[in-house]
Design a protein around this ligand. Structure first.
Ligand code: AMP
Length: 174
């Protein structure tokens, strides 16, 4: 089975990786850990004062951070017995996750319900929503656990323990 696991640098992405590592996949399954580095630079006055070289240097840094993140996730998945590889693409995450799944002929796309851009009060973040609507294969949305306010307080240590700590400090942003 070919599983395309889309991750950004959010804490929930790390939890999504944990979930995938805990499930019994058919033998011979391959997980491709994909992160898309968004290239859009908003035209603000602040951006206008940066040179193209500065913007490119920032993108290179982002690519390095993303490479570290996906590599750490893939290594961790391999330690659970799954075969995993990494893939980084540059562009629009909504389009490229679906495109990657089609080109690679993935059987399943896995996304978190929320990431960096998803408002917590929405059922799904915008990237997750777009993948669910546009993908031609099945999509597994790993839901972010919503605790009741009161339970939050008493459960804090278990719920709030950052998943990236358990995955070896994968807290880098993408
Ligand atoms: P969002 O819709 O932005 O809240 O993110 C929901 C999920 O979409 C995340 O948990 C990731 O699984 C996936 N996702 C969002 N942005 C990216 C990205 N740049 N690259 C790969 N996956 C992403």
């Amino acid at each position: 089975m070919k599983i395309l696991l889309a991750v950004d640098g959010s804490e929930h992405s790390a939890k999504t990786v944990e979930t995938i590592g805990s499930l019994p996949w058919p033998s011979g399954s391959l997980v491709r850990v994909l992160s898309v580095v968004d290239q859009v630079v908003t035209a603000t006055p602040e951006v206008a004062i940066f040179s193209a070289a500065t913007i490119e240097a920032e993108r290179d840094q982002l690519l390095r951070t993303t490479d570290e993140l996906t590599t750490r996730f893939a290594h961790w998945l391999c330690s659970t017995g799954v075969v995993a590889e990494t893939r980084i693409r540059r562009g629009d995450p909504k389009s490229l996750i679906v495109e990657e799944a089609e080109e690679w002929r993935a059987d399943l796309i896995v996304v978190g319900s929320h990431g960096h851009t998803g408002f917590k009060q929405w059922l799904l973040g915008s990237v997750a929503q777009s993948i669910v609507s546009r993908a031609s294969c099945s999509v597994y949305v790993v839901r972010e656990r919503r605790e009741k306010q009161s339970a939050d307080k008493s459960d804090k240590s278990e719920v709030a323990e950052p998943a990236q700590e358990r995955l070896g400090g994968a807290a880098a942003g993408s």
